[in-house]
Design a protein. Sequence first.
Length: 457
Amino acid sequence: MNTDTWLKRLHRQMDSGSRHTQLIRFRKRKDFEQCMARLKQLKARWPRFRAIEAFPFICTLRCSLRTTSGLHGPRLLFEPDWRLSLHAYSPFQESHKETKTVPPRIPWGVRQIGAHKLWKTTKGEGIRIGVIDTGTDASHPDLKGRVVGGVNVLHPYAPPADDNGHGTHIAGTIAACGGSHGMTGVAPAASLYAVKSFDRHGSAYLSDIVKGIEWCVHNEMDIINMSFGMTDSSPTLREAVKQAVRSGIIVCASSGNDGKTGIIDYPAQYKDTIAVGATEKGRYIAAFSNRGERIDIYAPGDRIVSTWPKGRYETLSGTSMATSHVTGLIALLMACKRKGVRPTTIRRLLRQTARAVRSRSEGRTGDGEIDGPAAYLSLLAHLGKSAQRSKRRSRLRERKQARPKTGLTGSKAAVSARMGITSVLERKHRRDAGRFAVQSARPLTTRIARVSKSRPR
């Protein structure tokens, strides 16, 4: 790839007034770094390049183009900057009514997954959760002290305030700490970080989501809550999620509210995420929830009461609400041992310990809803086995370090480990000395005599 030639073509196609915004991902980091170095040099001469946004952690550029003609190549991937929507579903009349009444101290969803039974042991202390949503009302009485940071992707110099309500609702289910005067979320001691990527209408550009994920990676979040989705796969979003998981972040994503079987939205469909479906009271799969083999776990998502801006509360339904329950429970589990718990391990433990759910039309389905106490006990057993394995490995390392370096291999090395290097070297010395003695004892005259007889006279 000739970087200078490609950048000249890119400059000709750039148009700040165009609505066709493209994401350009470089398949090789070396090409991306070369391009960024040249862009830095050319910005003074070609001002249009100043409008280019870069996402280094996934080797991607964002810019407005008239057309992508002449820019494609085997090492480049072009994708439109799609718009995504939140996963909120309000089929009931009461879901549209805000209320000032005090909600149940422990909502039914928190009770159904047994999270309250773990609070004497863990409340999610020290776990950092990035909520990529519409922002959060940090002044809500039940969220004071829980929202400890964040970013406004849409307006970088403004706080991540919630002008929609969805993000505040999600935050309350995860970590509200109202006590006797309000509601309590699943992990009331976890630390929330509001990542505002969605506008007041509940929609966001793909690039805004990527910015939010990048912020979470750079600020070392433990969990990312993604209560949104799209019907088509996005290579750019997939790469961003993959990089987040590689950095050790657990990503929880809602499956969608279309009531479909075997089909779920992205990013929940990516194997790197934990895909979440919604249940009703009694562990029935909610009618609006997507379902099928691709869903990892279910959680309460029907008629969920949670925090709302301006000190209010709201009832909403959707897989978004289910995802916030799963995020909170994972925070409880991770607080037991923050480091050393892989995302794949968490997913496996949640699935293994899940309680069976039912469908009103099909009966038992083979799927399961998260069970807090069972998952906690399973995690302790897993950590115990891991500790035993690490002890065995440390003993083996100590034994290897204690062995003297003999320079021997195979059976000789084994002998040296049992008997000591001194005895081995002594034996070797004796053998060599014996061979030398036998050779030196042979008479040289015999050999000379035999030679002299063979000479012609």
